[in-house]
Design a binder for this molecule. Structure first.
Ligand code: HEM
Length: 155
């Protein structure tokens, strides 16, 4: 197994853990919280559980970013970022960037506090916003996974 093959395998394991977790939160956890908790309890309860996943997401984001940049460097594939045929390379980078900014900058600095404050004033609207945000992130992630596998394997 060469280095790029190993990096690609680790890259995909990271993607599975990370995006699989986002899918679970979006399609299972958030609907369950909506059913089981009162509007006033939802955001705090959800944040308590998702806090654990946030650490897994931070670790896998680092793994996916490191292996992704390593492959781009070894394959000398930087020019793909200017080529529309390789839109999925740009999509991978953008999805990674959005998650990295949220997990490493926005969430610890202000997003957590903002959600708490907003949920005290408007619990239903805040929870709806959290659900929409998760559906958005899951959709762009799945489109990217589809495009990447399609693109790498000659689609
Ligand atoms: C910094 C961000 C990223 C970079 C630089 C990057 C780079 C790469 C590179 C160079 C490849 C191999 C392409 C080839 O073999 O020709 C690859 C494969 C792949 N990446 Fe990424 N990636 C990044 C983030 C992501 C993210 C966020 C996802 C998922 C949402 C993702 C999903 C995949 C998948 C599914 C493959 C295809 C594996 C295969 O079928 O062989 N990547 N990536």
């Amino acid at each position: 197994m060469d280095d790029v093959t190993l990096a690609r395998a680790l890259h995909v394991v990271g993607v599975v853990l990370w995006i699989g977790g986002v899918a679970f939160v979006t399609t299972v956890l958030l609907p369950a919280v909506a059913r089981l908790k009162t509007p006033g309890e939802r955001v705090a309860f959800f944040e308590e559980i998702e806090g654990r996943f946030a650490w897994q997401a931070r670790g896998t984001t680092l793994l996916v970013g490191a292996t992704g940049f390593y492959m781009t460097w070894v394959l000398d594939a930087w020019n793909r970022f200017h080529d529309p045929a390789f839109w999925w390379m740009t999509a991978m980078f953008l999805v990674w960037l959005v998650f990295s900014v949220m997990l490493f900058i926005a969430e610890p600095l202000f997003l957590h506090a903002w959600f708490r404050r907003r949920s005290a004033e408007a619990p239903e609207a805040t929870f709806r916003l959290i659900r929409r945000l998760h559906w958005f992130l899951l959709t762009i992630s799945l489109v990217t996974v589809f495009g990447a596998v399609w693109g790498v394997h000659g689609g």
